[in-house]
Design a protein around this ligand. Structure first.
Ligand code: ADP
Length: 588
């Protein structure tokens, strides 16, 4: 493994939003929830004021006792003290409740936005970046963000409000006594500034290494058989070790930053309390103030530590949260791979014109491919494995756009159609037969949301599935998918085919490697497919040659180029590559 392959852990990952756009997004959120936010701050302010009562009453108690007082006065003050503590408890509870509710609401909103963005991601981007980064963002980053939004933001508001009110109380009680508080400020300021200068980059790097690690582990687990079969275990282990090491280094870096910062901060707020007591003692001896005032101020200064601590601790977590937010909203920065221009295809004529395509720059897997499909024709694409057949199929179904050249339907580029429109023109048929959670009808309506029940039944009938569908406990309204009625594999595949009937594209691209055209599939499934295919233009990526024999034309793809095209008989007569393939296949 070369050094360069691990040098940059962010390589091939999805974009990360800029600091400016993270700030703008946060401001937008705060503005949107301004009223709830003001209510939360108001509640916390009242709670904080109640919290000020205790030191004040204790201070009074000290002075009263010093002066010599009646039991009744002491009793009264103690009652006040109990009342203040009780009021504070109730107020803090109410304030926390309000802020958690706000946090949950904001987080739910962020999660919805994230989902919308993920759904809008161009498929080509997801393939290129690998799913590791996306999985890392949907898990680690959303998790980190949830922690900060649910607990961090509320705690920060509490801390800021409490701090402000406590500082005001200190100043009002005896600003002269509180003067030593300032000795803590420069220490705290300098150490925090230093921390904040290095922390964001550190956390960003930490997160990026998680993405890489997720990717490597997921790949290894998904491809466990391949890893085993090819004896790649040692290499994979080395790759994981490298990813772990990068993660470890990144974490050590941020840990070191925290290890320097925390003790300095701790010192910065213990020092003022000590100095206040010494300084206050001297002032009392000079007759400048009373022991009660010094007691109250020292208690207030001591009370400052807790919200400050909270604030600083969250400052740290906010870094993590901001980094995660940048990664979560960064997904929106992926440029769209298609732009709907609103043009309408003139007819159902599909034309591939001089198309080149590369997964990685500089390595074209298709080169100058041209094809003209007559509406209603059946074209089989054959060729050796790795020739580019599946890639061509994906491009012809508009899943991705070509690097050079164009693929048009009725004179409009496939990538200029919006996705819903595209699906009404061309569909890629794969083995994907996921049954979504919902009713059977919901599963069908995905293809055409406005379809009336009669059309749903007709579509099911077309693929030979009406009988079993109507025999379900609640017919079309039966809950299916995870947790619902379990459909057999054949039934799920028929459901997928019925969706195609509803979407009604004029052209189908069938990729045999991954398609429903499995010879082992039940006979009635083949009938279902035949029903869907009738009357449509079909491009069949034939990994087995009997499909080619039945097609109107056969196109041979070799090393990314079309090497031969013609009917089965023409190509056999020409005695070229196809004829050789055919002979070797037939003799097998
Ligand atoms: P075929 O379907 O003829 O077997 P493919 O279209 O699957 O060929 O692959 C053509 C070439 O593109 C191969 O060299 C393959 O390794 C490469 N390729 C296919 N899919 C990807 C991908 N997602 N990323 C990078 N390279 C790919």
């Amino acid at each position: 493994m070369s050094a360069t392959s691990t040098a940059d852990p962010t390589r091939r990952t999805l974009p990360v939003a800029t600091l400016a756009s993270v700030r703008a997004q946060t401001r937008e959120l705060l503005r949107e929830h301004r009223r709830a936010l003001l209510a939360v701050i108001g509640l916390h302010a009242v709670a904080a004021v109640a919290g000020l009562a205790a030191p004040f009453v204790v201070g009074r108690l000290v002075d009263e006792v010093t002066r010599g007082t009646a039991y009744a006065t002491v009793d009264r003050l103690v009652l006040w003290l109990a009342g203040a503590i009780l009021a504070q408890t109730v107020l803090v509870w109410a304030a926390r409740r309000a802020s958690f509710r706000l946090g949950e609401r904001v987080f739910a909103q962020l999660r919805e936005q994230f989902m919308t963005r993920v759904m809008a991601l161009p498929l080509s981007t997801v393939e290129r970046a690998g799913t590791g980064d996306l999985v890392s963002r949907t898990t680690n980053d959303v998790e980190a963000l949830s922690h900060v939004v649910r607990f961090g933001i509320p705690s920060i508001f509490v801390a800021v409000v409490t701090l402000t009110i406590t500082v005001a109380a200190v100043a009002a009680t005896g600003w002269l006594v509180a003067l030593p508080v300032v000795v803590g400020v420069p220490i705290m300021w300098a150490s925090t500034r230093r921390y904040l200068r290095f922390a964001p980059d550190g956390y960003l790097r930490e997160r990026a290494t998680y993405a890489v690690m997720n990717g490597v582990v997921t790949e290894t687990v998904d491809g466990a058989r391949t890893v085993d079969a090819l004896g790649l275990a040692a290499r994979r282990r080395r790759r994981i070790d490298e990813a772990l090491r990068a993660s470890y280094d990144a974490e050590i870096y941020t840990l070191r930053l925290r290890l320097i910062w925390f003790p300095q901060v701790e010192f910065a707020y213990l020092l003022p309390v000590a100095v206040t007591l010494v300084w206050g003692g001297w002032l009392v001896s000079q007759g400048q103030t009373t022991a009660g005032v010094v007691t109250a101020v020292a208690l207030y200064v001591h009370q400052l530590a807790s919200p400050l601590d909270e604030l600083l601790m969250w400052l740290d977590e906010i870094q993590v949260g901001a980094t995660s937010l940048a990664r979560v909203i960064g997904i929106a920065d992926v440029p769209a791979d298609r732009t709907a221009t609103g043009q309408e295809p003139a007819d159902a004529h599909l034309v591939v014109d001089d198309v080149s395509y590369a997964y990685r720059s500089g390595r074209d897997v298709l080169r100058g491919v041209s094809l003209d499909l007559a509406p209603g024709e059946r074209l089989a694409i054959v060729g050796p494995s790795g020739a580019g057949k599946s890639t061509l199929g994906r491009l012809m179904a508009g899943v991705d756009g070509p690097r050079l050249g164009r693929i048009d339907v009725g004179g409009v580029r496939l990538v200029d159609l919006d996705l819903d429109r595209l699906r009404g023109e061309v569909a890629l048929v794969t083995q994907e037969h996921h049954v979504f959670v919902g009713t059977l009808a919901d599963n069908l309506l995905l293809a055409r949301p406005e379809a009336p029940p009669a059309d749903l039944l007709a579509a099911l009938a077309a693929v030979d599935a009406r009988e079993w569908a109507q025999a379900l406990p609640e017919g079309l309204d039966t809950a299916v998918g995870s947790g619902g009625h379990v459909l057999t594999t054949a039934q799920s595949q028929q459901l997928a085919l019925a969706r195609l009937v509803l979407a009604d594209p004029h052209t189908l691209v069938l990729d045999e490697a991954t398609s429903l055209l499995d010879p082992r599939a039940a006979r009635h499934l083949e009938r279902s497919l035949a029903a869907v295919v009738t009357g449509r233009t079909v491009v069949a990526i034939a990994h087995r040659l009997h499909t080619a024999h039945d097609a109107d034309r056969v196109c041979v793809v070799d090393a990314g180029r079309v090497s031969e095209i013609g009917s089965h008989d023409e190509l056999i007569a020409a005695n070229g590559a196809y004829a050789a393939l055919w002979r070797s296949w037939r003799d097998e």
